[in-house]
Design a protein around this ligand. Sequence first.
Ligand code: ZN
Length: 308
Amino acid sequence: MRKITGLCFALMVMVGVAAAQEQDFSKIQSRITKVAGNIYMIDGTGGFAGGNIGVSVGDDGILIVDDQFAPLADKIQAALKGVTDKPVRFVLNTHFHGDHTNGNRYWGQHATIIAHDNVRVRMATGNPDPNPDMHREPAPKVALPVITFNETATVHINGEDIRAVHFPHGHTDGDAVVWFTQSNVVHMGDDFFNGVFPFIDVDSGGSVQGLIKNIEEIIPQLKPDTKIIPGHGALATVDDLKKYLAFLKDTYAIVGAGVKKGQTLEQLKKEHVLAKYDNWAWDAITANDYVEVLYKDITHEKEGFRAH
Ligand SMILES: [Zn+2]
């Protein structure tokens, strides 16, 4: 494994900078849980498995929302077999990050991949930045979305209208939120980290203020009993999403006030300004990682993340 100089390794794996092959997936168990109607969620235990997978199951076959990492494909397939023998026919990607799309290179051999226009562009071009903390190789052709959309796309399968809706400049510039309209389930992709510090990819068109605006737009469209699959964290309720919105606003205000006073990133970290959210830390993102995201978003610094 090469030496990591800037971003912590888990964060690099999330974005897709570090190759999935460099991570040890042997201890990860894939777990499938019923959400509501004919919708299931697959997550992983025993390590960082990537983003939560949404699953539509029925007579027409399987549609999955996101597909984690290619080395986990066998485990994901085994979890699906516990529910149905039908094949995976469609993959819907919520955004381009490796922990949601790396599995495309396996599933793309058998299924049709659908995503927002910018997901295909970012995967196809990679990131030529010579800085090893930013550099991303282009994805192989088999992993690229075959059908792309700009605003919305609907897949009519298993008696359900599965509707992907693009929200601009949130976690990235290519996010889709996926509504399973009959089952009353929504997959929010990485526009929602439930109860854990989020990553917002301001280098790839993401914006904290944009994300806040998107969530404010989404909440009134949910029913009180809508089940929400977050990009990361446990299966959620509308109240959990409201709590996340309040967290984003509060933490943005705290770091914004520090920046206004002239505090540097190092000072903000040293002062532990987000101490009241200590229990939001997890294996991929620390409080300091998240302070860096906010600082970068607020100051529009573009030179890349520094070591922590
Ligand atoms: Zn992401």
